[in-house]
Ligand binder design. Structure first.
Ligand SMILES: C[S@@+](CC[C@H](N)C(=O)[O-])C[C@H]1O[C@@H](n2cnc3c(N)ncnc32)[C@H](O)[C@@H]1O
Length: 222
């Protein structure tokens, strides 16, 4: 598949899988996202200080590539969740060795009700997924619940609201996604009980997609 986003979003049947990958097209889109979200994810992660002891949760883990990345950054446990059966299957395949070693767990569930005890994780990450969460403030409260007392959440999005962008409107309607501004994420995080919210915006050129991008990364503390 061509890396160019413009070409992939021309195929609505494929693109619709972004919110819940299923079947053959879901597999194709997970492959595409693995490549095309790489620079965004690396940029987002560069704002975190990850130590070898950190226990990490990746929410909406997709193909599991960020779980694989985190397993190289901590010696502790990395968990992933996704409500897509296919995404969980792919994430398990990719991280099977770490699962067998007891260092990784991948669970099929919604962010709205995660089967974890309170205060388990040092870091929770959400790459390209909050757009699809059904009730952002309550879902962020659920993330906050599973974080340790000084734990942090990282939200990383490549879609930021653009005025008069008909294409963006069309796509967000197609997918039923909500595109949040920096301020909206800040407000939602604070409503959910987070503090020390900081945001980073990057405008530039993505060498993978060969396109101009605006990336948003927001970090907040429990
Ligand atoms: C656009 S994909 C991003 C995947 C991956 N994080 C990445 O950056 O490539 C969004 C992922 O979030 C998952 N997702 C969306 N809403 C979710 C929810 N409420 N609970 C759990 N997973 C969710 C989807 O199934 C999908 O795998």
């Amino acid at each position: 598949m061509d890396n160019k986003k413009t070409e992939y979003i021309e195929n609505p049947d494929l693109f619709k899988n972004a919110g819940n990958p299923k079947g053959e097209l879901g597999n194709e889109l997970l492959d595409w996202m693995t490549i095309n979200h790489e620079n965004l994810a690396k940029w987002g992660i560069s704002h975190l200080e990850i130590t070898e002891e950190d226990v990490i949760l990746d929410i909406g883990c997709g193909s599991g590539v960020n779980i694989e990345r985190f397993l190289k950054m901590t010696e502790n446990k990395v968990c992933g969740i996704d409500y897509s059966h296919l995404a969980v299957k792919r994430s398990v395949q990719l991280n099977q060795k770490a699962i067998d070693e007891g260092r990784c767990e991948i669970t099929e569930c919604s962010v709205s009700a995660m089967p974890f005890d309170d205060a388990l994780f040092d870091i929770a990450t959400a790459f390209e997924t909050v757009y699809f969460w059904p009730d952002i403030v309550n879902d962020l409260r659920e993330v906050r619940r599973v974080l340790k007392d000084d734990g942090v959440i990282l939200i990383c999005n490549e879609a930021v609201p653009k005025e008069d962008d008909g294409r963006q409107k069309e796509l967000s309607e197609l997918l039923g996604m909500t595109i949040y501004s920096e301020d909206e994420l800040d407000e939602n995080l604070r409503h959910a009980g987070f503090s020390e919210v900081i945001s980073f915006l990057k405008e530039g050129h993505d060498s993978v997609t060969d396109e101009t991008v605006t990336w948003l990364c927001v970090i907040a503390r429990k």
